[in-house]
Design a binder for this molecule. Structure first.
Ligand SMILES: Cc1cc2nc3c(=O)[nH]c(=O)nc-3n(C[C@H](O)[C@H](O)[C@H](O)COP(=O)(O)OP(=O)(O)OC[C@H]3O[C@@H](n4cnc5c(N)ncnc54)[C@H](O)[C@@H]3O)c2cc1C
Length: 451
């Protein structure tokens, strides 16, 4: 074993790299994290401005795995967890310009005006639809085949916009929603999979699902992980190189190393700004993975300026409705204490793969556009007490059909570069829990490799 095997460098302090670094440090490794920004966490960013607490990136974590709950416990964060208000189980979809609640029960599903009678009957034949022979189909093809066009248009299309800021026609089912894919493979049906798979999911370490954040927002998770690590902030890595039996990291013209193992936790489009031994391969991969632009607008208004009760998680807008926003979260209903008691806070999403040009508008244009939409959809009037705009030129990687090829190319780079691990939300899931779980898995892999 080489003497630097226990020295680990992590480039980028995204939630994936921090989770890996935390576990490695706990197991006796020496970990150095290089981060170009002045704070850790990448996309996870909570911002307190006066009385207003907003999230620039992720707003909620869906806690359903024991391994994530155990990590929060180990970090001493369990007491700070804030469960979403029970009202948040109600979710709205815009239909014919009006907010319509998604059904939450069988009776609700029978009565809902979201789907026509023929659309509802179409869902009932789902268990009798045969499996597809196509190993890599789009989310849209899968849903239309199994559940019908109405469910695609008024449930899955807005849902995909809410998670990936993209359209179901652009994403691979197997990569973007592996659970749905596996249900068809294993049970031949989504309905059967939902009913019969519960026991299996529990035995796989699933716990009761909870939608959560923390008292001071989600950023406390990366901050707490980072507090256990040596983080070199304001350190943009410009080059990585393997020399002899170690990795060297260059930052502001200075080399650091050798490191036995290196985790690159940098988005694909930023990796191509770093001088790499596998530059050509990364550029080829980067040119194929689309990250749509997205604008996030926060608006606070006095409660009596909104006609709707905002009694839910928020609303999503199907593409068919031809509106200028993708959806909105009722942030102050979700988690109390983020705005003064007499106000509502809304977080509105604009652009994505559906309308990339809208994401790029100037702040004032976006505020006008959003206020007009909110006026029509929830009866918002008057002047906001607070507004804020965050622009993500490249938000979330689209796992397109053919993503196997991307994963294979990344694997080949790793296989030909001893001690290198390429980590981030462009692999094995985009959600914060996916990234944490992947980070912990990289740590396990490194411990095995360096034994
Ligand atoms: C707007 C938005 C909303 C989201 N909502 C949710 C949600 O509600 N729930 C959920 O679970 N997930 C959500 N996600 C997804 C989730 O937040 C991300 O997928 C996840 O945080 C990405 O983590 P990562 O480990 O890939 O690293 P990233 O967050 O991509 O971090 C990479 C880090 O690398 C650093 N870096 C880049 N280049 C260099 C360099 N040359 N040298 C040093 N450092 C460098 C960056 O500064 C950054 O800190 C959302 C994402 C976005 C953008």
């Amino acid at each position: 074993m080489s003497k630097n095997n226990n020295d680990i460098a992590i480039v980028g302090s995204g939630i994936t790299g921090l989770s890996a670094g935390f576990r490695l440090k706990k197991c006796g490794y020496k970990v150095t994290v290089f981060e170009k920004n002045s704070m850790p966490g990448g996309a996870v960013r909570s911002v307190q401005q006066g009385d207003y607490l907003t999230e620039y990136g992720p707003n909620t974590i869906l806690l359903k795995d024991r391994v994530i709950a155990d990590l929060f416990d180990e970090l001493g964060l369990t007491a700070k967890i804030k469960e979403a208000n029970p009202e948040a189980s109600k979710r709205y979809i815009v239909k014919n310009g009006k907010l319509t609640a998604l059904p939450g029960s069988m009776m609700g599903a029978i009565k809902t005006p979201l789907f026509s009678l023929s659309g509802k009957l179409r869902v009932l034949i789902e268990p009798f639809i045969t499996r597809s022979s196509d190993p890599d189909q789009t989310v849209a093809d899968f849903v239309e085949r199994r559940l019908g066009r109405e469910v695609l248009d008024y449930a899955i299309n807005p849902f995909v916009a809410g998670i990936f800021a993209n359209s179901p026609d652009s994403l691979s089912l197997r990569h973007a929603f592996p659970v749905m894919h596996d249900m068809e493979e294993e049970y031949g049906s989504l309905i059967a999979g939902a009913l019969l798979g519960a026991q299996k999911r529990r035995s796989e370490g699933r716990i009761e699902r909870k939608l959560i954040s923390f008292d001071e927002g989600l950023q406390c998770v990366p901050e707490r992980l980072a507090s256990e690590l040596e983080i070199r902030h304001n350190s943009r890595v410009t080059s990585i190189e393997r020399r002899g039996d170690g990795w060297y990291v260059e930052c502001s013209g200075k080399d650091s190393g050798p490191y036995g193992q290196l985790i690159m936790n940098v988005p694909l489009y930023l990796m191509s700004e770093i001088r790499l031994p596998f530059q050509r391969q990364i550029e080829a991969i980067n040119s194929e993975v689309y990250y749509p632009p997205l604008s996030v607008i926060h608006i606070a208004v006095k409660k009596d300026m909104v006609e709707h009760d905002l009694d839910g998680f928020g609303f999503l807008v199907p593409e068919k409705e031809n509106r200028n926003i993708l959806g909105a979260l009722f942030s102050s209903t979700l988690f109390e204490g983020r705005v003064p008691l007499d106000q509502h806070l809304l977080t509105v999403f604009v652009g994505g793969g559906r309308q990339p040009e809208l994401a790029e508008l100037k702040s004032e244009q976006l505020f006008d556009l959003v206020l007009l939409e909110l006026k029509e959809l929830i009866g918002l009037k008057g002047v906001p007490t607070f507004k804020d705009h965050v622009f993500w030129p490249k938000s979330i990687p689209a796992y397109h059909v053919g993503y196997d090829d991307i994963e294979q190319q990344i694997l080949e780079i790793e296989q030909s570069s001893k001690g290198l691990h390429i980590a981030g939300n462009f692999r094995y899931g985009i959600s914060v829990p996916d990234c944490i779980r992947n980070g912990l898995n990289y740590a396990e892999l490194i411990m095995t490799e360096s034994q």
